[in-house]
Design a protein around this ligand. Structure first.
Ligand code: FNR
Length: 410
């Protein structure tokens, strides 16, 4: 209604309602590197395409005469009531989209009552984003570092910053083959403030000092290559690295590259995380029903069915294709979040009907951020929620808990 009323008054938002136009409008305001990093996927981007196309395999069959005069989007998740079944998936290096980055997203999330999952690769320290959000709901996404001490530090900072769950991302023990970034010879997360979550951490600081005391560089990347990266990173205005000074910046990046992920991670390591925190733990990146079963056995509180927006394994199963078998394997024992490919209300409804409890959205809110900062993110979230509410009501459903598989036809 708001959109029509504003339209009638001759006021249109700079944020296109149509998602394809949204992407194009964002491309117009971003550097080619920033757009490539956000819009791109792994390899030939077949999984990224499958994430979108997979929704077309299912059709909603609307039902009539079911009194949808009063509607509620309220949803139960992790034992709490959310205003709607929508989350903001974690996105790193958001300063590539807009200088206010995570702060603008945090404020928009709070305004729309949509929980925000802070990225471990954020452009702003989680404490600053938490402050910008007030009491609004947030979670923390963890990349499991080689240093358990750093893991512990991130988790305890997240607790102190009011995050109510830890989403451990399992699909990025190594960075995927990102064709567009490689084509531009561009490593975005070392640019600007992309390691702010690390450089604001006391444990990271100590590890950095230890690193300087040792002699040989441990990172699997030459010091010369790093020096070039650091130089370009430091020339970026407002960069965390530039604030560190060139010598320390080089060390910070070297330590970061060395410890940021742990490819040796196995199911046994989850015990360590369990001991670190009483917060709910969710495993992000689950794509196989057997892994979902193992997650249940491991005693975590939830999983996030996700393929990282098609950015990791090209040719991997589309996220929505993976969901039904996973939901069946889980059998309601733990909560299921879903992301990768959500672009509209119908996608949300289909994912919920196929077994998700909540859905996350990634790229679309980055585009809103790029175009109009905080208000752009608010527009994208508002549009998605309004579209979802209408789709739900017009399908004959007035509450999220009534959304079930029998609303869909293959
Ligand atoms: C991501 N994603 C991501 N995931 C994560 O766990 N930590 C992170 O730091 C990031 N960073 C990130 C950056 C960018 C630019 C993108 C596009 C994605 C993955 C993200 O959380 C989510 O899984 C996908 O974006 C969902 O897919 P859609 O909605 O973008 O299709």
């Amino acid at each position: 209604r708001e959109i029509y009323v504003h339209g009638a008054a001759g006021r249109r938002s700079p944020v296109p309602v149509d998602v394809e136009e949204l992407e194009l409008a964002a491309r117009d305001v971003m550097t080619p590197e920033a757009f490539a990093y956000i819009a791109g996927g792994a390899g030939r981007e077949r999984t990224m395409e499958a994430n979108l196309a997979g929704f077309d395999a299912w059709q909603i069959v609307p039902r009539m005469l079911r009194d949808v005069g009063t509607r509620s989007l309220q949803t139960e998740f992790l034992g709490q009531t959310l205003a709607s079944p929508l989350l903001l998936s974690p996105i790193g290096v958001l300063e590539m989209a807009h200088p206010e980055a995570d702060l603008a997203v945090g404020r928009a999330a709070a305004a729309c009552d949509v929980p925000y999952i802070f990225s471990n690769q954020a452009s702003e320290p989680m404490e600053a984003v938490a402050e910008a959000m007030g009491d609004a709901r947030r979670y923390f996404q963890l990349y499991w570092s080689k240093s358990n001490e750093l893991v512990e530090s991130f988790v305890s900072r997240a607790e102190a910053a009011g995050c109510e769950a830890i989403f451990v991302t399992l699909d990025t023990t190594l960075l995927g083959w990102r064709t567009r970034d490689l084509g531009l010879a561009y490593l975005p997360f070392l640019r600007g403030k992309g390691i702010a979550q690390y450089t604001s951490d006391p444990v990271f600081e100590r590890l950095m000092q230890q690193d300087t005391e040792g002699d040989a560089p441990r990172a699997p990347i030459s010091v010369k290559a790093l020096a070039t990266l650091v130089e370009s990173a430091m020339s970026y205005p407002g960069s965390t690295l530039s604030a560190l000074g060139s010598g320390n910046a080089l060390k910070a990046v070297r330590t970061f590259v060395d410890i940021y992920s742990r490819p040796t991670l196995t199911w046994d390591d989850l015990d360590f995380l369990r001991q670190c925190t009483d917060l709910p733990i969710l495993l992000k990146g689950i794509q196989h029903p057997d892994d979902a079963r193992r997650a249940v056995d491991a005693g975590v509180q939830g999983i996030m069915v996700s393929n990282h927006g098609g950015r990791q394994v090209d040719g991997a199963i589309g996220s929505i294709e993976a969901l039904p078998a996973i939901a069946e394997a889980v059998g309601g024992q733990i909560d299921i979040a879903f992301d990768s490919g959500i672009r509209g209300g119908a996608d949300m409804l289909k994912a919920l009907a196929l077994g998700a409890d909540v859905v996350g959205v990634g790229r679309p809110y980055c585009y809103g951020l790029a175009i109009a900062g905080e208000s752009g993110v608010r527009d994208v979230l508002g549009n998605l929620l309004a579209d979802f509410e209408l789709t739900m009501a017009l399908s004959g459903v007035s509450e999220v808990s009534q959304i079930s598989r029998d609303l869909l036809e293959v």
